[in-house]
Write a protein that binds this ligand. Structure first.
Ligand SMILES: C[S@@+](CC[C@H](N)C(=O)[O-])C[C@H]1O[C@@H](n2cnc3c(N)ncnc32)[C@H](O)[C@@H]1O
Length: 261
């Protein structure tokens, strides 16, 4: 029996473009000897799995993407869209793959959202056990149109970093992401938790740098990222990522109180 539960299959064209873009630059994909990527819980249609393949193929023409879904009729439907480099199969967090193979990246977007917080680490562990050495699990949430997104990268060593990715053009406050945090964090956005302090600091810096908006929202976001780094947040990456409306910090900066791996 596949491990997990069937949940709503909501998905949409272009919804996961920010996550595709993130995965496309991961060293785990770029350097993989067997570039096998899993899209776990692709939902009611094959759309996001096909998009993931076409975006990753630009940087790894030999990439192979396997869409895995726990709901059988969604697998039958998606299988009609299979093509060279893209296949679909039934499964859950145990991530069934062809004999002897493991994944270099597993993407699970908008999957754990409908689970209990307590089930997150077990699901992570199971998925991570199906990764190649150096492989990455990308687990997170986004809104319906993909303009507000956040995710955690986790490896065999545990969660590594947390990324927020926002469309900056009409952004009022970065904390809009509060409604689209990964399950492990969404209930922790309360005083006393690191993620709460982080989002508050993001909002504050976004306000402080409002005057830079005249040069465009990307300039304003770059200034926010630099200010957070100067304030001591373990900000990863640099301007090239920030200009996209992304900001990544080491996991320790936002880990829930009492979180253990
Ligand atoms: C909300 S949809 C997300 C679709 C797509 N990933 C997206 O973000 O647009 C969640 C899907 O995950 C599937 N799902 C939930 N738990 C799963 C599991 N353990 N293994 C595989 N699929 C799962 C559900 O059946 C559902 O179709």
């Amino acid at each position: 029996m596949p491990i997990g539960q069937v949940t709503r299959g909501t998905t949409g064209t272009n919804r996961l473009r920010r996550i595709d873009r993130w995965i496309a630059q991961l060293p785990a994909l770029r350097r993989a000897t067997d570039p096998l990527v899993v899209d776990l819980g692709y939902g009611a249609s094959a759309t996001t799995t096909l998009e993931l393949h076409s975006r990753l193929a630009r940087v790894r023409p030999d990439v192979e993407v396997v869409g895995i879904e726990i709901e059988p009729s969604r697998v039958s439907l998606a299988a009609q869209s299979a093509r060279p480099g893209v296949s679909f199969s039934l499964g859950g967090f145990e991530v069934p793959l062809p004999a002897g193979r493991t994944a270099t990246v597993i993407r699970a977007l908008n999957v754990l959202r409908q689970y209990d917080e307590a089930s997150v680490t077990d699901a992570w562990r199971l998925m991570i056990s199906r990764l190649q050495p150096g492989g990455v699990l990308v687990e997170g949430t986004c809104n319906e149109v993909g303009r507000v997104a956040s995710w955690v990268d986790a490896t065999a060593a545990g969660p590594a970093c947390f990324t927020v990715s926002l469309r900056l053009a009409d952004l009022t406050a970065p904390s809009v992401v509060a409604e689209r945090l990964p399950k492990v964090l969404i209930h922790r956005n309360v005083p006393g938790e690191r993620i709460h302090r982080y989002l508050a600091d993001l909002d504050r810096q976004w306000q402080v740098h409002a005057p830079l908006g005249v040069y465009g929202p990307s300039q304003r976001w770059v200034a926010v990222a630099s200010a957070l780094r100067e304030a001591g947040w373990p900000v990863l990456g640099g301007r090239a990522r920030w200009r996209l409306g992304e900001l990544t910090v080491a996991w320790e900066a936002v880990a829930p109180e009492g979180f253990e791996w």
